[in-house]
Design a protein around this ligand. Structure first.
Ligand code: UN1
Length: 493
């Protein structure tokens, strides 16, 4: 059986705990290998290595650091197909989407490598004569990463590439469900020539390894993507130590379909964003807010399309919807369907765990659609993270926006309309970090900021140039070349 070990200070090492956890394929239940389970001491060793390595890394010119990122991009590109296969086997998403996810990491590598020659600060006039003023970005120090299984290579690329190009070192705990792709990503850094100690991988549970990262006094910042519940705990623990936290959490994203929309296009956008990745994206569409004039027609077309979706092992190119990540997720989704039925929502299709056609060994849930859902029902407010969408009828654009904004999350939203005035009204009033017009709620590109308002995050952004704000401190520098004491705010007035 394949064994996966920690990567600390440039060495693949087993935890002293001697414990291993098995990793399985969610489509087949097959055991893929086992993974070392770490302790607080392992985290501390990783932090000491990171500290040592960061001392010299911060002095390496950023364009030189970026050379390694270009190499990472090249290696990812060369190994794209192989990485996509690994990703599908341990995470379950269909192979086409897995390729897309690896591409997201490639894009991020080249984009952040370009930052090596930018990392812009400001040069501004001083208010005094013969005095020079500028601000530069400097690394924060050691970044602790806790990342999820749903985008196991894209999300770590959003975090690690900007962190490294700006001169930080990393201690990373990947999700327990996706350890293999994590190891491959680290191997790519290794092959690209990243100096030892800058990228440390520590496997284990959130309660041991995750907490050890959050609590470690020498880790300067935490970047986390995952559930709200865990994000809040992290923020409380880290907040007391005045650590910077960048949190990317839940979503309850809606597609709004107005009465003038191109319905075929809207259906395509909804199917892709509600049932793609089996609904396990933070950006997934889980609410469909529809103008009552087109509700029946939209339902009819959606049902027709859902009936054609093929469930199965994501390695099969003809499959549209893969499994969900594990048994407990399957049960949680099923529980939400029961809650929806109890609340009086009307089930149009799906609503069950699939056990036929040889799928019984995997975690398959039938694509599910509810209608006549009220905005205050739990299925319309809470994140389900599975292939379940709810139709909520409304009478106007204003009502649609109100419903869209009524949830605690604010990640992504979308509107289908042909009316430019109403499209702009929506862009202005939809309270989410990402807004799409005439496209579904998924598909963010890496050179734009990724993140959300309200309960989705705490004001930071992953990816885009905004990511640099997470991994750098501003240093303001004044150079007085007048040769005398000049007092700001005094001598010039
Ligand atoms: C996520 O679900 O956490 O915009 C990330 C998208 C992808 C990233 C999703 N590019 O759907």
């Amino acid at each position: 059986m394949k064994r996966y070990l920690n990567y600390i200070n440039g060495e693949w090492v087993e935890s002293a705990s001697g414990r291993f956890a098995v990793n399985t394929n969610p489509a087949t239940g097959e055991v893929l290998g086992e993974v070392t389970q770490s302790t607080r001491e392992d985290v501390d060793r990783a932090v000491q290595a990171a500290k040592q390595a960061q001392k010299s890394w911060r002095l390496v010119p950023a364009p030189e650091r970026a050379e390694i990122l270009y190499k990472v991009g090249e290696l990812l590109k060369e190994r794209k197909e192989e990485l996509a296969q690994i990703l599908t086997q341990e995470m379950g998403k269909v192979i086409e989407e897995a390729r897309g996810e690896v591409q997201e990491a490639i894009d991020m590598a080249y984009y952040m490598a370009g930052e090596g020659r930018r990392l812009f600060g400001d040069t501004v006039p001083s208010e005094l004569r013969n005095k020079f003023a500028m601000s530069v970005r400097v690394p924060v120090g050691i970044a602790g990463f806790i990342t999820p299984w749903n985008f196991p290579i894209a999300i770590i690329s959003w975090k690690s590439l900007p962190a490294l190009v700006s001169g930080n070192a990393i201690v990373w705990k990947p999700a327990s469900e996706t350890p293999f792709i994590a190891a491959e990503f680290v191997r790519i850094y290794e092959q690209a020539g990243l100096p030892k100690g800058l990228m440390n991988l520590v496997y284990g549970s959130g309660s041991v390894v995750g907490n050890a990262i959050v609590d470690h006094p020498e880790i300067d910042l935490i970047s986390f993507t995952g559930s709200n519940e865990v994000g809040r705990q992290i923020n409380e623990r880290a907040g007391g130590m005045l650590k910077r936290t960048s949190l990317e959490m839940g979503g309850k994203n809606a597609v709004t379909v107005l009465e003038d929309a191109d319905l075929d296009l809207a259906v395509n956008g909804i199917i892709w964003s509600a049932y793609g990745t089996s609904g396990q994206r933070c950006t997934a569409c889980s609410r469909i807010i529809v103008h009552e004039a087109v509700k029946d027609e939209l339902e009819r077309r959606l049902l027709e399309r859902i009936a054609q979706l093929k469930l199965g092992n994501g390695l099969d190119e003809s499959v549209d919807v893969g499994p969900v990540i594990n048994r407990s997720s399957l049960e949680k989704i099923d529980e939400y369907v029961k809650i929806g039925l109890d609340e009086g929502a009307k089930l149009l299709c799906g609503g069950r765990i699939v056990t036929e056609d040889g799928l019984e060994k995997g975690n398959f849930y039938a694509p599910t659609l509810f209608t006549d859902v009220k905005p205050d029902m739990r299925i319309a407010r809470e994140e389900i993270f599975g292939p379940v969408a709810s139709i909520i009828p409304v009478k106007s654009l204003e009502e649609a926006i109100e419903v869209n904004n009524s949830v605690e999350f604010g990640l992504s939203s979308s509107i289908f309309t042909r009316d430019i005035n109403r499209a702009f009204q929506a862009m202005q009033d939809l309270d989410t970090g990402i807004v799409y017009v005439n496209a579904g709620t998924t598909g963010a590109e890496i050179h734009l900021p990724f993140g959300g308002t309200k309960g989705t995050g705490n004001g930071h952004r992953d990816s885009g140039v905004a990511a640099l704000d997470v991994y750098t401190e501003w240093k303001s520098i004044y150079v007085d070349y007048s040769g005398k004491l000049q007092r700001a705010q005094i001598d010039n007035y």
